[in-house]
Write a protein that binds this ligand. Structure first.
Ligand SMILES: *Cc1c(COP(=O)(O)O)cnc(C)c1O
Length: 380
C-alpha cells in the first residue's frame, strides 16, 4: 500500500535511510569530496557539487512528494528556475503567465532575453493559448494560484494544450506545496519550487527544487546542474528535510487560519477586495477543488487607499512586514515595493497590482491573535 502523504513527509517507503548506526535523523554529510576504494571503483559519490548523500536523500523525499522520478535540489528557487531556463536557447519562445513571482519576471526579462529566448506574457487562467503559440514556442511557464493576484489555471487543460503542440509545461508549485497540489500528476513536465517557502517552512534557509518525471529531462537538467553548480549544501539540505517532516501539519494549520482571516477581512469596510481561492466567490474556486487538495494559506487583499495600506504595514506587531512566505510566522508583504518592485509599471497596472494591494502569508499563530493584530492596526 502506498503511504499517505503525511507519512511520506516523514518516511520514504521501505527506506531505512541510515543503516550503519541507525540514526533516525539523516546525517549531514559535510564533505566536499569522496575517496574511491580503488581505480575503477566508486562508492557512487565523487564530489559534492554533483552528488551528496544528504542532498540526495532530500531529493528523493521531494521527488516522492511531487510524484516525479527525479528531483534536483538547488541553492535557491531562482537557481532552480535559472537552470530550467538553460534548456532553451536563441530563437526559442516561451509563453509565461503575466502574474508571476517578480524575481522570475526579472530573470526572463534580463537573462533569458539576453540569451535569445523570447517570452510572451499572458493571463494563462483565461487567455486563448492557441493564439499565442508560434512555430518556435517551446514551453508554457506558470504558477497557480498566481502571485499575488491568485489567478487559478486549469493544469490538466493546460497540459492538453502543451501536449498537442509538443511544448513543455513548467509549473512553479511554491504556493501550494506538494502537500496540496501535484502538477506532474496533472500533466506538467517540470515542477519548480522555492524550497525556501513551505517546504523548508521556517524562514531560516534558502533552497530550490526542479522535479521531473521524464528520464531525458532529468539527464539534461542533471548535466546543467553539475555544470553550473548551484547545488544545495549538505547542511541546508538537512534543514529542508527537517522542515518537510512537519509540512502536512503546518499547511493544515496555516490554511485553517487563512480561511478564517479571509472571511474576517471580507467583513471590513476599509477592505475593498479579498483574493483567496478558498472563497466560493473566487473565480478559480471550482478548478482549485478539482486539481488541489486545499486552497493554501496565501491571500491577497486590497484596502480603500494607500494610506490604509501604509498604516497597516507600519502598525502590525505580531505580523511582520517582510517579503517571503510559507514560514511559521505570518508575514505581510507590499508587492509593489517588495516582491514585484522590478516588474514594469504597465505590467503591474495591467495585473491590477496597486499601492492598495497587500499580501498575507498566513502562519501558524493563534487565529484570534492574528485577527486582533490586524484589527488594532486598522482601527486602533
Ligand atoms: C520565493 C519564490 C521564488 C524564488 O525562490 P528563492 O528561493 O527566493 O530563490 C520563486 N517562485 C515563487 C512563487 C516564490 O514565492
Amino acid at each position: 500500500m502506498e503511504m499517505h502523504i503525511e507519512s511520506r513527509c516523514i518516511h520514504l517507503e521501505g527506506d531505512r535511510a541510515e543503516t550503519r548506526f541507525g540514526a533516525v535523523s539523516f546525517p549531514i554529510y559535510q564533505t566536499a569530496t569522496f575517496a574511491h576504494p580503488g581505480p575503477g571503483q566508486s562508492t557512487g559519490y565523487d564530489y559534492t557539487r554533483m552528488q551528496n548523500p544528504t542532498r540526495e536523500h532530500l531529493e528523493r523525499v521531494v521527488a516522492a512528494l511531487e510524484k516525479g522520478s527525479d528531483c534536483i535540489a538547488f541553492s535557491s528557487g531562482m537557481a532552480a528556475i535559472a537552470a530550467v531556463m538553460e534548456l532553451f536557447g536563441p530563437g526559442d519562445h516561451l509563453i509565461a503567465d503575466a502574474d508571476l513571482y517578480g524575481g522570475t519576471v526579472r530573470l526572463f526579462d534580463s537573462i533569458s532575453r539576453k540569451n535569445g529566448v523570447d517570452v510572451t506574457y499572458a493571463d494563462c487562467s483565461r487567455c486563448d493559448m492557441e493564439e499565442l503559440i508560434r512555430e518556435n514556442t517551446r514551453a508554457i511557464y506558470l504558477e497557480t494560484p498566481t502571485n499575488p493576484m491568485m489567478h487559478v489555471t486549469d493544469l490538466a487543460a493546460m497540459a492538453d494544450v502543451a501536449k498537442a503542440h509538443n511544448l513543455l509545461l513548467i509549473v512553479d508549485n511554491t504556493f501550494l506545496s506538494p502537500y496540496l497540489q501535484n502538477p506532474l500528476v496533472l500533466g506538467a513536465d517540470i515542477v519548480v519550487h522555492s524550497g525556501t517557502k513551505y517546504l523548508a517552512g521556517h524562514n531560516d534557509t534558502i533552497a530550490g527544487f526542479a522535479v521531473v518525471k521524464d528520464e531525458e529531462l532529468s539527464r539534461r537538467l542533471r548535466y546543467l546542474f553539475k555544470t553550473t553548480g548551484a547545488g544545495l549544501s549538505p547542511f541546508d539540505s538537512w534543514l529542508v528535510l527537517r522542515g518537510i517532516q512537519t509540512l502536512a501539519v503546518r499547511m493544515d494549520r496555516a490554511q485553517e487560519n487563512a480561511v478564517r482571516l479571509a472571511r474576517w477581512l471580507l467583513e471590513q469596510k476599509c477592505v475593498t477586495r479579498v483574493l483567496y481561492p478558498g472563497l466560493e466567490t473566487h473565480p478559480g474556486y471550482a478548478v482549485m477543488k478539482k486539481q488541489a487538495r486545499g486552497f493554501g494559506a496565501m491571500l491577497t487583499f486590497e484596502v480603500q487607499d494607500r494610506e490604509t495600506a501604509l498604516r497597516l504595514l507600519e502598525r502590525v506587531r505580531l505580523i511582520r512586514f517582510a517579503e517571503s512566505l510559507g514560514g511559521t510566522e505570518t508575514l505581510l508583504t507590499y508587492p509593489i515595493t517588495q516582491t514585484h518592485a522590478d516588474v514594469p509599471k504597465d505590467v503591474l497596472a495591467a495585473n491590477g497590482i496597486t499601492d492598495r494591494t497587500l499580501r498575507l502569508s498566513v502562519g501558524l499563530e493563534n487565529f484570534e491573535d492574528l485577527r486582533v493584530d490586524l484589527q488594532e492596526a486598522l482601527y486602533g
